[in-house]
Every structure is written in structure tokens, then in C-alpha cells.
Design a protein around this ligand. Structure first.
Ligand code: WQD
Length: 347
């Protein structure tokens, strides 16, 4: 079975390609490489022992997306394509509304058009890459899927709007099967060290920043806030290994294909770790000291955010199983083998 991955050359998409192939599916990567590297395809071929099919183009080109759907007739579509930097979304909201919401509208219209034209081709199962950001500043933790949603930045707003669009499409066409996956904090890398997180410019997120300090690309980490009401005063998050996340996507797809029912689940470990605990785990994984300075809180940050992953376990039979130390060990292996990400590194 072909599975189309929009943004499939990105961080989560590339790792999901591996998990899909290992589960017997045939991933087809759709990407314009605006926020990823063509080198990822070569790395995936090394991991899988065979090439991954690539469709290079822009998801906003609806007619082209229709051609891709007709060419590959995927049993499922996984929608990763979109911009995801919270800070950038505050500075450039229209870029985020255009690319994330406009891109999703284009994809959904292409899917609906091909389905209507071909009739017999059942509407593919759609897995959407959502985010815990839709919970805004949660009133308590752990977070369940029925918590109220809100947005504190344009990026999170786009995820919330796309979730609502998917709900409206399902109400209009009940044969659509949609799985909404709300990620907490994906970190780490495939254990081969061949693929991993490779943010453009200065990393917004904690883990890539810390591993870049460890490898000598950054001088020191700024710890944003040390006066939060947490066990050590620094922010607590639900870090989840990207391979656990990828396996969660496969479980979600299999449920959509077999049970045919739509759902929304959190993909997290249900555990919270602080910034300083992550720093110590990377020091242990790398054997390198991580210099840091305590800095003021970052605007928009919350003290604690971690999942209640019960529904994913009960509905999908999926549970994250890799530890924080596994995440840091695999993140370090990727970073140390690829100090400048895909621009250099051991191919
Ligand atoms: C984690 C903790 C920071 C950087 C974001 C998005 C979310 C999702 C994951 C896409 C916080 C602290 C960070 C640094 C620091 N992305 N920190 N120094 O903010 O929980 O979530 O990424 O879906 O949508 O909002 O992740 O990694 O940025 O921050 O002290 O240089 O690390 O204050 O406590 P966050 P993060």
C-alpha cells in the first residue's frame, strides 16, 4: 500500500517514512524542500536499503497534488507539510496562515476532487500532524484530549483551525477517516544517526540547541526561566522520542484502515522533564559539559505541559517506550555525526 507523506522529508516525516516502510507500507514523499533537505532521501535509502519515491513540488498547487494522488492512489495520506516555528509565526502570521491553512485546504480539495472523480477509489485515511500547542496554557496537567483548546500564537492557531476544518469535512462526508495526532515535544533521532532534527538557523527548540552546544556550534544555552513552580524552577515538558512518535503514526494509520473510525489522540509519554534534566541527560549522553546561563522566561511559555496518553494506548494499542536517556543518546549520535546537519556529516 502506498502512503503519501506531505512534508515527508522533514524531521517527523522522514522518521515516519522509516516506521511505515518497516511496517510493510510504501511511503511516497511529497516535499518542496522549503524547510528540509533533498539529502534526507539518500539517507532514507541507506536506512531502508531501497529508494523512497519522491514527488517534488508545492502542496499549494492543487492540480499537481491531484496528479500525485492519481499517480499513486495512496491508501493513506499523512499531512506533515507546514511551518512550525512559534516565534517566526508571531513575526510572520500571514506566512503561517497561507502555508499551513492554505496548504491544508489545497490538499483536502485535491483529495475530495480525486475521490469524486474516481468514485471507486475510497477516500484515503488521513493522518494529521497536530500539536499540543492547541491546548494553549493548560489549567492543569496531565492533559487529556477533551481539554479546552486555545491558541497563544499564530502557529498554534493554524493547527487549531486545521483541526476544525477536518471536523467540518468529516461532517460533510462521513466516509472520510481522519486521525488527528497532537504531538507533545518530539526529540531524538533514528538510532542509525543518519537522519535527525536539522533546524534552519538558530534552533528555537531546546534539544537541538543543547546538542549544538555539546558539539561546539553554540557557546552556551540560555535557560528561559528558573522561577517556575516546578521541581527545579525550569520549564517541564513531555519529551517523546521521534521513533515512538513515528510508530504512533503507523498505529494510527492501521486503526483508520482497519476500524474505519476517526479519532484525536495525544502522542506523548505522560512524563514531564525539566530543562535542567534534559541538559544533564545530554551531558551524560555526550560526555560533554553543557554551559548554560539562567535567563528570563520566554514570552508565551507555560510552566508545565505533559500528556495523558491513555486514549492512544486504549484505542491504538500504542505506548511510548523510549526513555529520556534514549532520546538524548540518539540525538547526540545524530548531532555528533552531522555537526552541520544535512549540509555536512557522514553520509
Ligand atoms: C522546551 C522548554 C523552554 C529553548 C514548542 C512548540 C510546540 C512544539 C514543540 C511543534 C521550555 C526551554 C527552550 C532554549 C530553553 N512544536 N528552552 N532554552 O516551547 O515546549 O514547544 O516545540 O509542534 O508547538 O511550541 O518546546 O523546545 O521550544 O522549549 O530554556 O534555548 O525548553 O522555555 O521550557 P515548547 P521548546
Amino acid at each position: 500500500m502506498n502512503i503519501l507523506l506531505t512534508g515527508g522529508a522533514g524531521y517527523i516525516g522522514s522518521h515516519t517514512c522509516v516506521a511505515l516502510a518497516q511496517a510493510g507500507f510504501h511511503p511516497v514523499v511529497l516535499d518542496n524542500f522549503s524547510n528540509s533537505s533533498p539529502e534526507v532521501l539518500a539517507r532514507l535509502e541507506k536506512i531502508l536499503g531501497r529508494p523512497v519515491v519522491l514527488e517534488r513540488g508545492d502542496i499549494l498547487d492543487t492540480a499537481w497534488v491531484e496528479q500525485v494522488l492519481r499517480r499513486h492512489a495512496p491508501a493513506g495520506v499523512m499531512h506533515f507539510a507546514g511551518d512550525k516555528a512559534v516565534g517566526e509565526s508571531v513575526a510572520q502570521p500571514l506566512k503561517y496562515f497561507h502555508n499551513n491553512i492554505g496548504g491544508s485546504i489545497s490538499l483536502l480539495r485535491a483529495m475530495a476532487s480525486v475521490h469524486a472523480a474516481q468514485g471507486a477509489w475510497t477516500t484515503p485515511a488521513l493522518v494529521f500532524s497536530s500539536s499540543a500547542t492547541v491546548y494553549g496554557d493548560p489549567a492543569s496537567v496531565p492533559i487529556t484530549e477533551d481539554f479546552p483548546r486555545s491558541h497563544t500564537n499564530p502557529y498554534g492557531h493554524t493547527k487549531l483551525v486545521i483541526e476544525d476544518m477536518l471536523a467540518a469535512v468529516q461532517r460533510s462526508a462521513p466516509d472520510w477517516r481522519v486521525g488527528v495526532l497532537r504531538y507533545f515535544n518530539p526529540v531524538g533521532a533514528h538510532p542509525s544517526g543518519l537522519i535527525g532534527e536539522d533546524p534552519n538557523g538558530i534552533p528555537n527548540n531546546l534539544m537541538p540547541y543543547v546538542t549544538q552546544v555539546a558539539v561546539g556550534r553554540r557557546e552556551r544555552l540560555s535557560v528561559y526561566g528558573s522561577d517556575y513552580p516546578t521541581r527545579d524552577g525550569t520549564g517541564v515538558r513531555d519529551y517523546i522520542h521521534v521513533m515512538d512518535l513515528a510508530e504512533g503514526h503507523v498505529a494510527a494509520l492501521q486503526h483508520l484502515l482497519q476500524a474505519g473510525e476517526s479519532f484525536t489522540v495525544n502522542l506523548g509519554t505522560g512524563l514531564g522533564n525539566s530543562v535542567l534534566e534534559v541538559v544533564r541527560a545530554v551531558e551524560q549522553a555526550s560526555g560533554r559539559p553543557i554551559p548554560y546561563q539562567l535567563a528570563p522566561r520566554r514570552a508565551g511559555d507555560v510552566a508545565e505541559c505533559y500528556a495523558d496518553p491513555t486514549r492512544a494506548r486504549e484505542l491504538l494499542g500504542w505506548k511510548a517506550r523510549r526513555s529520556l536517556q534514549d532520546m538524548c543518546t540518539d540525538a547526540w549520535r545524530w548531532q555528533s555525526a552531522n555537526p552541520d546537519g544535512y549540509r555536512t556529516g557522514a553520509a
